[in-house]
Design a protein around this ligand. Sequence first.
Ligand code: DLZ
Length: 158
Amino acid sequence: MATALKNLNDYNKENFSDISEKKFGIVQAEWHSDITDVLCQGAIDTLLEHGAQKENIFRNMVPGSFELTLGAQLLAQQEEIDAVICIGVVIKGDTKHDDYINNAVANGLTTVSLKYNKPVSFGLVTTNNLEQALDRAGGKHGNKGIEAAAAAIQMLSF
Ligand code: DLZ
């Protein structure tokens, strides 16, 4: 299990370039909003910590994680946006909805990133239960929002 080996808050910042003029779009899913709020705050704090300006961070809400892809595309297609960070939580239930959503989001965000040649990071927490989600939203495994923001910064420095 990846998080048993690596805390989500640990990332390599050695080669981060200057992001003070970069513009970031955040897409946040409203499902499990108590958790996505924490993930989103982790992402914003990380961007600010590395020099992004508050007015260059644009936060947008979508209903659920399935809509992250369209939200990401609507942001990525804007020339002034340099990177997109997508935030959601999908928890396994009685049906296979999580499989469908997770695969659609992973494929969709990859497509958007390649289409626009921009970082589109995957801040989607995909878990078997609520406890595992909380563990990854500021709990014992760190904060997936921090990881997603750090990934966006690293890819801007590529
Ligand atoms: C429908 C649904 C379900 C069952 N579970 C989740 C979830 O755990 N996390 C999440 O972000 N969204 C969920 N959704 C909503 C879908 O992502 C989507 O918003 C709706 O199917 C409408 O397209």
